[in-house]
Design a protein around this ligand. Sequence first.
Ligand code: NI
Length: 174
Amino acid sequence: MAKVPVLEYPHIILRRKAKKVNKIDRSIQRLADDLSDTLVASGGVGLAANQIGVLRRVIAIQIPEDPEPTIYINPEIIHREGKREVHEGCLSFPNLYGILNRSMWGKVKGMDRKSKIFRLRAEGLLAQAFEHEIDHLNGILFIDHVADHENLYRHEPGPDSLGEEAVVTTNTSS
Ligand code: NI
């Protein structure tokens, strides 16, 4: 278990599609531990395997009310609804944020670390985190959803702020 470096844009692996996990073996368990440890150390909301250089479909998400990150394997969004405008960042783009649209809520399915199949309903920040991290697994980055460059902005963290992934503030629209 270790914190590992987070790859930054324009690293080519961020544009590659991650492969499905067929068997949860020791290498996948180690990847899950590295994702969790790196996410905790970075103070983000989510992290995808591509971001630590591994092209497997594994993500970690920890929204503020969670005591620790949760690992999702082969996650897929099977339904999404609504649209809201959010301000979003990414650990692979330090200090860069964008204004873009995400769903109000969605249904996600996948597998947990014990190979158990799950289906869940996610809304708000959790839905946003799933959309952002599953995009990573497909080589899609948050900047791809930003309509024009005026909606991208830099924000240098002050002494009290953490490098956040997938959240600054969220505004709901339509
Ligand atoms: Ni990201």
